[in-house]
Design a protein around this ligand. Structure first.
Ligand code: GLN
Ligand code: ZN
Length: 755
């Protein structure tokens, strides 16, 4: 993205017709050069190229292999616009195509565009392949790079058949391979001695056909011999021990890269499986988190590999690409010196790789100063009062199993809740936020800059809450919300009110396309010095007789959408967050809030990539954290939770185990059949599958919503069903929000009559 999200700014300016195509292309070129130079100046020997993308590196391969679906190619757009049309859709001058599907990249919060293939897919290498062009561009600047390609097995394994198509992408391997061979030959002819081919799917539990594809794929690629470059096969975000037999078919590759930050224990197995001349690329600098590398530990890992392979057969590297960490610590002007010294962003990580390599090749004396400073910093962090809070630890030690369970089972709770809440059948509610208007952002900005007093800001927030309450009264909704006008972001808002968190000003990472997020950083033990949301919820409840729903972000979502600590297990951090939230939940209840929603949209993204022990363990502590945060209330308080997706097939039991009284999930764009699992498993509690899509300004008709609820009733009983939108309304405008909710309330009333 560039140091100041330069690429985001340029792309968005291009989309808004504020700069020309040539200007955008020039900005891309400038950024590539700048990033190659940063690495060269740091002393990195092997510098990647073709890791730059205007939208997404996986999407680049669609144009590279000539697999652009016809609904985009038929417009004969220029290549850049065709590319953006696939990434984000295009609605302009008689053209109306939606984007390709975007999904999360492994277990990260980055989203890639899913390759989408046809039954009779033909492949054709681009006339001027981007990897070759970028290699030459770097070469012209005097920098020899190692181009990065997504490997054929990963490309096809991550791909899917286009809608209405049935092809199993991996069966297209034979057709695709000649393009890799041709591309590698072209790269070699252009002067590339080395190429990196990413096969991250090796960390998955692979289907047999994907696994079997490695042998033919790399035999073909290896057959190029001296006509081709040396190949480094890269894996990351997991270990490859369960697929280790694949390495036997990769013996003609030059080197294998593994992630030794996530899975250091795979080292011995991988080393033993290498061919006699093969090189190990040891990923020892974390590409997924912002902590300064512990040099001593990293050097030990590398020395360990050297002992077995010799110095010539080991490369020192980051664990993965640096896409997932912010650009440079140098941009952070407001971090205090103590914690600043604990961090390392992309630019700093490049320098770390060089220090580690020097330490093992030239000996520690060559980098004595750096090693000493690093040891001091690591030591300082470990013993800092900022990281350790004995009171938090004592509280964790006192957590008992009973603290995770509500006092009674759902039927008794429901009976109590009915007494106070008096809800009709098909109760209506919303997910929390109402439109975050420009005025809200302006006032928040003024408040942050000190241009208005806290009292003035509070008055403004109260006025916003009054409006949201009034609108909900007019709409005749059943369970109200305060609208979340005071929240900048659903994790940052809580982080700012908890100890143990710090915040950056420029540490953006790409989430998808031009969209970036700035995750807060968990540096130490977490606790809640004071109530975080009670004031607003209490105020909202005081101005209306309707039940007011309190609104919190759950422990797992707070953890996943932050940079977590790497010095204590994530389950410990989740439990600390859970205890802090538990206090908040209890305080809300004491303030008269009888419905409390704890959002967990990131629960699924934390699911370990492979089935088995790790997944079971994660689900245990994730579910426990949620339960710990919510179980402190009496039976009469209704606990809601919310998820922004609808596929529960593979972890339904975890969702059920949360024991939430009411779940709201996204469902309007998916098949209502997905709800079948709730009947199959005899789910006993209440559920609100979203009845309309909030991602678009389109207003649904009352009839559409009735049809949707009718479909849902095939899977859920009338007494179980709530009516609510798919998600929060913060990105919507007021007119469409009111119109859509009117349709929703009317539809719910229709069913209330009917049953
Ligand atoms: N309560 C949040 C909101 O309505 C939920 C957001 C989310 O699920 N991503 O904005
Ligand atoms: Zn949501």
């Amino acid at each position: 993205m560039g140091r100041l999200r330069d690429l985001k700014k340029a792309t968005e300016a291009y989309w808004a017709d504020k700069i020309s195509r040539d200007e955008l292309l020039a900005e891309g070129k400038r950024l590539r050069l700048e990033h190659w130079k940063i690495q060269k100046d740091a002393g990195v020997d092997v510098i990647p190229s073709n890791d730059f993308a205007f939208y997404d590196q996986v999407l680049d391969h669609h144009q590279l292999f000539g697999t652009v679906p016809e609904r985009y190619s038929k417009y004969n757009l220029n290549p850049l616009d065709e590319y953006f049309a696939m990434g984000r859709g295009l609605q302009k001058e008689g053209i109306d195509v939606p984007s390709l599907e975007m999904v999360k990249w492994f277990d990260s919060n980055y989203h890639y565009v899913k390759p989408t293939l046809q039954d009779n897919q033909e492949f054709k290498l681009a006339a001027q392949p981007k990897p070759v062009a970028e290699f030459l561009e770097a070469k012209a600047a005097g920098i020899t790079t190692r181009p990065v390609l997504l490997g054929p097995v990963s490309f096809l394994t991550l791909a899917k058949a286009d809608r209405d198509q049935t092809v199993d992408p991996i069966t297209l391997l034979e057709k695709l391979l000649p393009l890799y061979v041709e591309l590698l030959a072209q790269l070699k002819a252009a002067g590339a001695e080395d190429v990196q081919i990413d096969e991250p799917v090796l960390v998955f539990d692979l289907a047999e056909k994907s696994k079997a594809a490695f042998k033919p794929a790399y035999e073909k690629i290896g057959a190029l011999g001296a006509q081709g470059p040396r190949i480094t096969l890269a894996t990351y975000f997991g270990d490859i021990v369960h697929n280790i037999d694949v390495l036997a078919d990769l013996q003609n590759l030059h080197s294998i890269h593994i992630d030794l930050v996530r899975n250091p224990e795979q080292l011995d197995t991988v080393v033993a499986a290498l061919g006699p001349k093969q090189v190990l690329s040891a990923g020892v600098v974390d590409g997924r988190n912002i902590w300064k590398t512990n040099f001593k530990a990293a050097i030990e890992k590398v020395e360990n590999a050297i002992q077995k392979l010799g110095k010539d057969r080991v490369i020192v590297a980051t664990s993965s690409s640096l896409l997932h960490v912010p650009h440079t610590l140098a941009s952070e002007k407001t971090l205090d010196a103590e914690v600043r010294d604990w961090f390392s962003f992309a630019v700093e990580k490049a320098a770390e790789v060089v220090v580690i390599a020097k330490a093992v090749t030239e000996g520690p004396a060559a980098v004595r100063e750096q090693l000493e400073a690093n040891a001091k910093s690591v030591q300082a962090r470990a013993s800092s009062p900022r990281t350790n809070d004995p009171a938090v630890k004592a509280r964790q030690a006192a957590v008992t199993p009973e603290m995770h369970n509500r006092k009674s089972a759902f039927p008794e709770r429901y009976a109590e809740q009915t007494k106070t809440l008096k809800l009709p059948l098909f109760p209506t509610t919303t997910i929390g936020s109402f439109p975050q208007t420009k005025e809200i952002r302006i006032q928040r900005n003024k408040f942050t800059k000190g241009e208005i007093t806290p009292e003035e800001y509070e008055k403004f927030i109260e006025k916003e809450i009054q409006e949201v309450v009034k609108v909900q009264e007019e709409l005749d909704l059943d369970v109200f919300v305060h609208g979340e006008p005071e929240r900048n972001d659903m994790v940052q808002y809580f982080g700012e009110r908890l100890t143990g968190y710090v915040f950056t000003t420029h540490a953006w990472v790409q989430s998808y396309g031009s969209r970036c997020v700035r995750p807060p950083i968990i540096v130490g033990d977490i606790s809640r010095p004071a109530p975080m949301t009670v004031k607003e919820s209490k105020y909202a409840a005081s101005i209306s007789p309707k039940p007011m729903k309190g609104m919190l972000t759950g422990p797992i979502t707070c953890l996943r959408w932050s940079f977590p600590r790497d010095d204590v297990h994530q389950s410990v951090q989740a439990q600390q967050l859970a205890l802090a939230l538990r206090d908040e939940v209890v305080d809300l209840e004491a303030a008269g809030i009888a419905v409390i929603q704890v959002d967990e949209p990131a629960l699924r993204e934390g699911l370990p990539l492979r089935t088995g022990e790790a997944r079971v363990a994660y689900l245990k502590w994730a579910v426990d954290s949620f339960k710990l945060s919510t179980a402190g209330v009496t039976d009469g308080t209704q606990i809601h939770s919310h998820f922004c997706y609808s596929e529960f097939q593979d972890f339904f039991h975890a969702i059920a185990a949360l024991d939430a009284d009411v779940l709201s999930i996204e469902n309007s764009k998916s098949d209502a059949k997905l709800l079948k699992v709730f009947i199959d498993e005899a789910y006993p509690r209440h559920i609100g599958p979203g009845v309309y899509d909030i991602h678009s300004p389109r207003v649904p008709t009352e009839q559409e919503i009735k049809d949707r609820i009718e479909e849902m009733l095939a899977y859920l009983t009338p007494s179980q069903l709530w009516a609510n939108p798919d998600c929060g309304l913060k990105t919507r405008g007021w007119p469409e929000t009111k119109a859509a909710l009117t349709a929703m309330v009317n539809a719910a009333k229709y069913f209330r009559q009917k049953y």
